[in-house]
Write a new protein. Structure first.
Length: 385
């Protein structure tokens, strides 16, 4: 059964876990304590909780190898206009914010879909302003990525029963998840959140970490099926994979000199070009735009285990002790891969977010140096490992 979301209303119902339902939902997954993905931005509700939650996921990927999703950075405070237009464009607001929708005419038709709210079909047709279906979230994300030139994104949707294993695996792979939850504890799911962490230190009371669109602070809630009296219980989840990094022509999970040489050899292909030949924007050719995308991601690899014990922004007071404990647990655990510091994934994303201070030409100079057999320069001026 498809469910819709309602506009957020403030309020909190304390989670009360139901043991039998919880065990059925989480299955037999081995426990791994705490995992938190770094760098997921927090956004406030904007013309729908679905596109806002999806926007946080898109905002994360915009700073992690898919930089064409937002005009400028993904930061809510410094680039809010562009972030909001990614979530719900002026055309969407004009056409679908009214309930019922604006009446289109041949002389004044509806705008072409150009934002997450459009592709998720939020507020359209019989849906009230801000409402969207949980079954449309994944498809909306995929279509928006395709619209922005990333053709290989995939998503799938599933009920809470058995979701825990897929949810935690997605978090461990560095991929945020959109959850459909019951915010007011009436036993009916009604709100979307962007989840980017979990805590299963206590197998009888696992938790998920999310931004709930009411504020820009992280919140811990109990991961359990929706039930009367249980606030923030989970009904369905949308798991999303953006596809390969633009620039990874050989499909080995990173963007390096081998990929650059492939693209350079293919420059000028005017039709029928494939990803493996350097067509990273799916327009059939290999040109300067494809080289720009490779240069933007040079030195990056596919996210996986990009974790930290420190959650961005101050946690709610009630959750501070939980987060502090989670940080200690996480720091004792080995990372899934060696830390790459400021020269790796997080450092490159940070450099992007600080205003694209290095021009594409400088990146291309680094690639030319790499082709000559010398270590390529990173965005911060140091060697890329």
């Amino acid at each position: 059964m498809e469910r819709r979301c309602r506009r957020p209303r403030l309020g909190f119902a304390r989670p009360v876990l139901v043991a039998a339902a919880l065990l059925a939902a989480i299955g037999g997954r081995a426990w791994a304590d705490v995992r938190i993905i770094d760098g997921v931005p927090g956004y406030l509700w904007y013309h729908g909780c679905g596109p806002t939650a999806g926007g946080m996921i898109a905002g994360y990927w915009d700073a992690h190898g898919f930089g064409g999703l937002i005009s400028g950075t993904n930061d809510w405070l410094t680039n809010q206009v562009a972030v909001k237009e990614m979530v719900a464009s002026p055309g969407h607001i004009r056409d679908y914010a009214p309930t019922p929708d604006r009446t289109a005419t041949p002389a004044d038709p509806y705008h072409a879909d150009d934002c997450l709210a459009d592709f998720m079909e939020c507020s359209k047709g019989r849906l009230a302003h801000g409402d969207s279906l949980d079954t449309k979230q994944g498809g909306g994300l995929v279509k928006y990525f395709q619209f922005r030139g990333y053709p290989d994104a995939t998503a799938y949707w599933r009920f809470v029963w058995g979701l825990w294993g897929d949810f935690t695996a997605s978090i461990e792979a560095g991929r945020p998840v959109e959850l459909f939850v019951d915010r007011d504890a009436d036993g009916q799911a009604d709100h979307f959140v962007a989840a980017f962490g979990y805590d299963d230190d206590d197998p009888t009371a696992p938790k998920y970490l999310c931004y709930n669109t009411d504020d820009r602070e992280p919140h811990w809630y109990g991961f359990a099926p929706v039930a009367p009296g249980l606030g923030w219980g989970v009904y369905t989840g949308t798991l999303f994979d953006p596809g390969p990094l633009a620039g990874d022509a050989d499909g080995d999970g990173d963007v390096d000199v081998r990929d650059y040489l492939t693209v350079k050899a293919g420059l000028g292909l005017a039709a029928g070009a494939r990803w493996s030949e350097g067509d990273f924007d799916a327009d059939g050719d290999v040109d300067e735009q494809d080289l720009d995308r490779l240069a933007e991601n040079f030195g990056l690899d596919v996210p996986g285990g990009v974790f930290s014990g420190a959650v961005p922004l101050a946690p709610e007071p009630a959750g501070a002790a939980i987060l502090a404990g989670g940080a200690c647990l996480l720091l004792r655990r080995r990372r899934r891969r060696a830390a790459r510091g400021s020269e790796g994934f997080v450092g490159l994303a940070r450099a992007r977010d600080e205003g694209h201070q290095v021009h594409h030409l400088a990146r291309r100079d680094a690639l030319d140096v790499a082709e000559a057999g010398q270590p390529p320069s990173g965005l911060d001026g140091r060697a890329v490992p």
